[in-house]
Ligand binder design. Structure first.
Ligand code: ARG
Length: 467
């Protein structure tokens, strides 16, 4: 039986509960592909440096491939007694190839090994997340294209405020998601330093080549302080922070979908594939998945709080507390991945009710600002114009009509400068189109934005293909 990580120092085994608490294999098995990649690169470097007999690196690589395939398929069971993914792999490798396997851990500690694995995991996860964000952006872009001419109320305080084009609303999510992708890519950039060679805490006496192994693993460079490198989980904290903020954005989307699909709004339907029923009320079709999109933010924020709380106050360098940073990292990444996929599907399935949206635009004096702006264009100071438009809203409310339902005589009773052309100003589509500046909801601007976003997404796809 393997002595695991404890080796010859120990006489007796661990208390069973302590061993269970100490073992991380239930979750760190996710690191298997990265552990194998890291070990292969480490072995190649050791051989190049003359620290392994010629031929050992190839034996190790072939053995690792077998161990990985068998562990991944379940042909080989994971062993709790071997604590973690690193010892599971190394012990099985040694069973398979003997002495070469026993030499693999030369000039390495599990402390720099796990730091390396986690950074490789974070980089791969970040790349997947950035791809999934692009897919969701593409779904929003399709909806934006379909709804350039769909008018809807824009809201503040969840009160109807001013007319907008629905495309503008969809593109608002593109802006949020673009920032999310930027933050995730940024976290990945800082994860791209190889800690290998930092050893347990004080590097190694063996003449290894840190730079070549870093290159081999696709890292942009190497870490510059061994104490920091084995105790640093900033890259995980940053990635999870970026995931938490992404989830906050998805929660706002979830909330809007819940509102829009409610009977009170009836602005939209999401595909049945994203709804569930009630076990009691046969008529119900609930937006459960949108609610979960809203709720998952709590989980991701919790992951971030867990992570920073673990690292807070730790003395340098490695401490076993750091093992506890893994689960929140995996949870945040896996939660974000499924939420992004589901959100993309839901947005693609979304059907807006143009008539309901238009009716909402036409009910509630949403063009009151236009009246004020009209008077400003005639030379009135804005504050006075605002007062007069407000008085007209009050008058229209009393009469039970919209502003366009007031006669010119009624308008002129409040301000004599009103002319027939004011009715053009009260048309909601024209109201959006007068807001023709970068970031505005004018059709003109929306078409420019759609092209800009489409160009960005096409460039991302090209990058993906050349990778
Ligand atoms: N499973 C451990 C972790 O995730 C690996 C490193 C163990 N190092 C140690 N010195 N016990 O942190």
């Amino acid at each position: 039986m393997s002595k695991g990580a404890r080796g010859g120092r120990f006489g007796a085994g661990m208390d069973p509960d302590a061993a269970r608490m100490n073992a991380s294999v239930d979750f760190d098995r996710r690191l298997l592909p990265y552990d194998v990649l890291g070990s292969k690169a480490h072995a190649r470097m050791l051989e190049r440096q003359g620290l392994l007999p010629a031929g050992d690196a190839a034996k190790i690589a072939a053995g690792l491939d077998q161990v990985e395939a068998q562990l991944a398929s379940g042909a080989l069971p994971w062993s709790d007694a071997l604590e973690d993914v690193h010892m599971n792999v190394e012990a099985r490798l040694t069973e398979l190839i003997g002495d070469a396997g026993r030499r693999l851990h030369t000039a390495r500690s599990r402390n720099d090994q796990v730091a390396t694995d986690l950074r490789l995991y974070a980089r791969a996860a970040a790349a997947r997340l950035v791809g999934a964000i692009a897919t969701l952006r593409a779904a929003f872009l399709d909806q934006a294209r379909a709804h350039v001419d769909t008018l809807m109320p824009g809201y503040t305080h969840l009160q109807r405020a001013q007319p907008i084009r629905a495309a503008h609303h969809f593109l608002a999510y593109d802006a949020m998601l673009t920032r999310d992708a930027g933050r995730i890519a940024d976290a990945a950039r800082r994860a791209s330093q190889s800690p290998l060679g930092s050893g347990a805490l004080a590097a190694t006496t063996h003449p290894i080549d840190r730079v070549s192994v870093a290159k081999d693993l696709g890292f942009a460079g190497v870490t510059h302080n061994s104490l920091d490198a084995v105790g640093d989980r900033d890259f995980a904290i940053e990635l999870v922070a970026a995931c938490a903020l992404l989830q906050v954005h998805l929660s706002r989307l979830g909330e809007e979908l819940v509102l829009w699909t409610s009977q009170e709004f009836r602005f939209a339907k999401v595909g049945e594939a994203y709804c569930s029923g009630s076990s009691l009320m046969p008529q119900k079709m609930n937006a459960d998945i949108a609610e979960l999109l809203r709720g998952k933010a709590g989980r991701a924020i919790g992951d971030w709080v867990t992570l920073v709380t673990i690292v807070k106050g730790l003395p340098l360098a490695y401490n076993k507390d750091l093992q506890e940073t893994q689960e929140p990292l995996y949870d945040a990444v896996e939660t974000a991945e499924i939420c992004l996929r589901v959100a993309a599907g839901m947005i693609a399935s979304l059907e807006l009710d143009r008539d309901r949206l238009r009716a909402a635009v036409d009910d509630g004096h949403l063009v009151a600002t236009e009246l004020a702006d009209y008077l400003v264009a005639k030379g009135l100071p804005f504050r006075d114009a605002h007062d007069r438009a407000g008085a007209l809203v009050r008058y229209a409310l009393g009469k039970g009509v919209e502003l366009a339902g007031l006669s010119l005589a009624e308008l002129r009773a409040v301000d004599p400068t009103f002319d027939q052309d004011v009715y053009d100003w009260l048309d909601p589509a024209r109201a959006t189109d007068r807001r023709d500046l970068v970031g505005g909801p004018a059709k003109n601007q929306i078409l420019i934005e759609i092209e800009r976003v489409a160009g960005e997404l096409a460039a991302l796809t090209r990058e993906e293909e050349t990778r």
